[in-house]
Design a protein around this ligand. Structure first.
Ligand code: 57M
Length: 357
């Protein structure tokens, strides 16, 4: 909005030229998102505590979780607001990718919200049945796949570390997009089980894709780095910036000991947002590396369930992996910070693929 209102004024005064720059608008998207989180966060925490809308803790998990009973949840609402409002404020709203990204994030947020609402407000312990949750996730991701396919978006995918390895997928690109978005959404949801465990790596992933969006959308830099140039994708830097700001803002409250959890409304939306960012910046496969923490958490569940079914034995003391470390006696903050450190290392390796090819 500000872009549309203020940039045209550059004909009166050159100072308004600054609004054309993606870098300038991204910085202020980050700042706006942070401020919004700081304003809305305490209000929501107070309101939810007063309404006694708190997490119910499962009794079969690591015992140290029992004292988290009643912690306000559904904090993802703060995140959604702090991502979407700054994007609307600072991005070029004529850009179709921006609207698509907002739609996916909101759509997945709504699925999570319905689940949280059923579980926490209506006290229906089952929430939204997993099959319906999955079905709606697929419907949203299918929408993205079809939209990109029919608007002529490149259906070839690039392979990290290999300069000339491009795989043309044709219509198979649509199921591939579904796999990336639904996979990312669920992997983040599984990871969100300790204070700051999901939002820390989300901040790092968002910052990494903020860089990739900028480079991919900049014709000169993209050519110089020999990465695929995708016109208009540079504008997604602003969304990714808002995501960094909103995540840091949420981490302020979600860091150990958490004053609020994000709920499914946060985790499903955030996972979907980073999945869609990876798709639109043409760095889909790289998400496996950048979001390695989420991938490993999801794999730990797959291995645990398969091992139990095939061998009748568990591979971990409990899955997802963070529970295994908890049961091994690692203090919660140690697990969280170690996962963040790993996430930073993975992001740096991912960025190095720009040169290492
Ligand atoms: C949701 N939800 C957290 C909070 C958060 C297939 C199976 C592996 C599924 C998995 C599962 O249900 N995962 C998805 C995980 C819950 O957090 C809420 O959920 C939101 C995210 N969706 O925002 O609202 C609990 O996590 C803790 N928490 C924090 N800090 C945070 O910032 O401490 C969350 C956020 C919260 C709080 O305690 O209540 C969750 O873990 O339930 N299931 C599991 O993870 C279960 N694992 C399991 O059954 N493993 C089995 C098999 C099936 C693989 C095994 O290893 O044999 C465990 N989860 C828990 N207790 N809590 C089992 C026991």
């Amino acid at each position: 909005m500000l872009y549309h209102l203020l940039y045209p004024l550059h004909t009166y005064h050159t100072i308004f030229n600054v609004f054309q720059y993606i870098t300038f608008r991204t910085i202020y998207a980050v700042v706006t998102a942070l401020f919004l989180s700081f304003i809305v966060g305490p209000y929501l925490i107070k309101k939810m505590s007063a309404m006694q809308i708190g997490q119910v803790i499962r009794k079969n998990g690591p015992p140290q979780h029992l004292n988290k009973e009643g912690t306000p949840t559904m904090g993802g609402v703060i995140i959604l607001l702090a991502v979407i409002a700054p994007t609307l404020l600072w991005a070029n709203l004529k850009n179709p990718y921006i609207w698509l990204l907002i739609a996916v994030t909101l759509g997945l947020g709504v699925i999570g919200f319905v689940d949280d609402f059923k579980k926490i407000v209506q006290k229906n312990s089952k929430g939204l049945l997993p099959r319906y949750k999955f079905l709606w996730q697929v419907v949203i991701a299918l929408g993205v796949g079809l939209f990109l396919y029919f608007m002529g978006f490149s259906t070839s995918i690039t392979v990290p570390f290999f300069k000339n390895a491009v795989i043309p997928l044709g219509w198979l690109y649509i199921p591939f997009v579904i796999l990336v978005i639904v996979g990312a959404s669920n992997a983040v949801n599984l990871t969100d089980g300790l204070d700051g465990l999901a939002i820390g790596p989300i901040t790092i992933v968002a910052a990494t894709y903020m860089l990739f969006a900028y480079l991919t959308g900049h014709v000169k830099i993209a050519n110089y780095l020999q990465i695929l140039y995708v016109p208009q994708v540079g504008e997604l830097t602003i969304f990714a910036g808002a995501l960094v700001g909103a995540s840091l803002g949420f981490l302020w409250f979600n860091s150990y000991p958490a004053q609020i959890f994000m709920g499914d409304v946060g985790s499903l939306a955030l996972g979907g947002a980073v999945g869609t960012l990876a798709v639109m910046t043409k760095q889909e496969i790289l998400l496996v590396l950048v979001g390695g923490v989420f991938v490993v958490e999801a794999l730990s569940v797959i291995f645990q369930v398969s091992s139990f079914k095939l061998r009748g034995k568990r591979m971990f003391r409990m899955a997802p992996l963070h529970h295994h470390f908890e049961l091994n006696g690692w203090p919660e903050p140690k697990i969280i910070v170690r996962f963040w450190i790993i996430s930073i290392i993975l992001s740096l390796i991912a960025i190095s693929t720009l040169k290492l090819r």
